[in-house]
Design a protein around this ligand. Sequence first.
Ligand SMILES: CC(C)(COP(=O)(O)OP(=O)(O)OC[C@H]1O[C@@H](n2cnc3c(N)ncnc32)[C@H](O)[C@@H]1OP(=O)(O)O)[C@@H](O)C(=O)NCCC(=O)NCCS
Length: 218
Amino acid sequence: MQSELLRESQSRSPREDSLESSQERLRPSRSRTDCPILLSPRLVLRAPHEDDIDALAHLANNANIATMVSRMPHPYTVADAADFVRRTKTGAIGKCVYAITKADNGAFLGCCGIEPHPDGKTAELGYWLGEPHWNKGYATEAAQALTDMAFRTRDIDQIDARCRVMNVASRRVIQKCGFQFQGSGMVGSLALGGMMSVEWYRLDRKTWMSLRSWGGLR
Ligand SMILES: CC(C)(COP(=O)(O)OP(=O)(O)OC[C@H]1O[C@@H](n2cnc3c(N)ncnc32)[C@H](O)[C@@H]1OP(=O)(O)O)[C@@H](O)C(=O)NCCC(=O)NCCS
């Protein structure tokens, strides 16, 4: 047995060794529950706070947003925004909810988050941006920063994302981040007061690592 192991290790190429050490670096040995501030070229992702309430209430009070996500009420009031900020602090909404802000002037643009599933191996990605900020690449930039953070700091195997079948922009964000189609299903929507049909996408760790090492993401 020992000689078999020895033979195996002797037959490994430097490239295989370097691939394995980079895989070990990319897969942490233990889970972390903290949510560090994330920086990307144009954005800072940080915890929502009280100063965001007015901008949050203003941007989130939009049926074009509320009807695309599962848990946003519509209409959306200042009280809803204050409640949201309060509940992000207690962890009642999710363990890792971020305000998406502009790096150059601190402007609040929207929110994103990554939530662990009970299986311990999967996390779910979500995001929305105020309508004035659409189509500038911000959601893709935020989703990629969150995805990188999640795979680097958590012992998860995959990240899931879901979007309404009619949500062309979100599907494009998901695809630009390297997620692959898994299937379709139904999810409840607070604003719609019923179920909406969604597409389910997944990015597994191996695909993410390949995309990162090929420079296929960002
Ligand atoms: C989905 C959402 C977050 C996208 O944010 P964004 O910052 O505009 O996204 P990006 O700019 O990174 O990418 C959007 C992509 O969709 C494309 N797109 C947008 N509208 C489109 C349309 N009607 N038809 C075709 N493509 C469209 C853009 O061209 C862009 O793709 P490209 O970079 O290849 O040109 C934003 O539209 C939003 O908040 N919508 C409401 C809430 C929501 O849907 N949240 C997601 C729930 S799953």
